[in-house]
Design a protein around this ligand. Structure first.
Ligand SMILES: O=C(O)CCC(=O)C(=O)O
Ligand SMILES: [Fe+2]
Length: 202
C-alpha cells in the first residue's frame, strides 16, 4: 500500500491524493447517487436534527433516527441504495483492498455551520477492515482523539482531495469535524463540503 503523507494518532492521511480532475469525476458520479437516493437530514436517537445531510451507496446505508444509529437496506424514503460508484471503489482498491470491497459508502454533506461531534465508527461487525474517508469541497477541521472517550486530541485541516484511512490501532479512534471553512473550494456548485466514508459493514 502507498505511504501516507502523515500519520497522526495512527490515522493515515494522504494529502492531495486526488487531483482536480479526479475530484470532478467523483462529484459527477455522486450526482447520480444523490439523484436516486436524495440527501436527507437525520435525527439523533435523542431527537435532535444532525447538522449534516446524508445518503449512502452500497449494499446498505448508514441511518440515524429515533430508533438509533444503524445500517439499513433502504433509504428512509423507501428506495434501495444505488451501487457504490467505480470512482470511489478505485480509491478503496488503491488504499485498502483489491479483494474485499466496502459494503457502504456514506455521503455526508456539510454546509455553513454543519459539524460532526466526536464519535467512534462502531456499527460494523468486523473492525479488522479500515474506514476510508474522502474529502471534497471546502476545508474541514478534523479532530482525532483516543480509542476511549476524552483525553487530549489533535486537529488538522482536511482539504479537497485528501483521503484518510483509519485502520488497525486507529480503527476505533474518536474523531469528528469541528467546522468547515466555507468558500475555500470551488468544487461544489453550491459550496460546502462532501465527505465519503467507505466501510465494510457485515
Ligand atoms: O466528514 C468527515 O470527514 C468524517 C465523517 C465521519 O466521521 C462519519 O461519517 O463517520
Ligand atoms: Fe466517523
Amino acid at each position: 500500500m502507498p505511504e501516507p503523507t502523515l500519520i497522526l494518532r495512527d490515522v493515515a492521511i494522504y494529502k492531495g491524493w486526488l487531483d482536480p480532475l479526479e475530484q470532478e469525476a467523483l462529484i459527477a458520479s455522486l450526482r447520480d447517487v444523490v439523484a436516486q437516493a436524495p440527501l436527507f437530514q437525520p435525527v439523533t436517537p435523542s431527537g435532535r436534527a444532525m447538522s449534516v445531510r446524508m445518503t449512502s451507496a452500497g449494499r446498505c446505508g448508514w441511518i440515524s433516527d429515533r430508533n438509533g444509529y444503524r445500517y439499513a437496506g433502504h433509504h428512509p424514503d423507501g428506495m434501495g441504495w444505488p451501487p457504490i460508484p467505480e470512482t470511489v471503489l478505485a480509491i478503496w482498491r488503491a488504499l485498502v483492498s483489491e479483494t474485499r470491497l466496502p459494503d457502504c459508502c456514506l455521503i455526508n454533506h456539510y454546509m455553513g455551520q454543519a459539524r460532526m461531534g466526536l464519535h467512534q465508527d462502531r456499527d460494523e461487525a468486523d473492525f479488522t477492515w479500515p474506514v476510508l474517508s474522502i474529502s471534497l469541497g471546502d476545508d474541514a477541521l478534523f479532530r482525532i482523539g483516543n480509542v476511549t472517550r476524552g483525553g487530549k486530541t489533535d486537529s488538522l485541516w482536511l482539504a479537497s482531495g485528501d483521503v484518510v484511512v483509519m485502520g488497525g490501532a486507529a480503527r476505533l479512534v474518536y474523531h469528528g469535524i469541528d467546522r468547515i471553512r466555507p468558500g475555500t473550494s470551488g468544487l461544489l456548485r453550491g459550496g460546502g463540503r462532501i465527505n465519503l466514508t467507505c466501510r465494510v459493514v457485515m
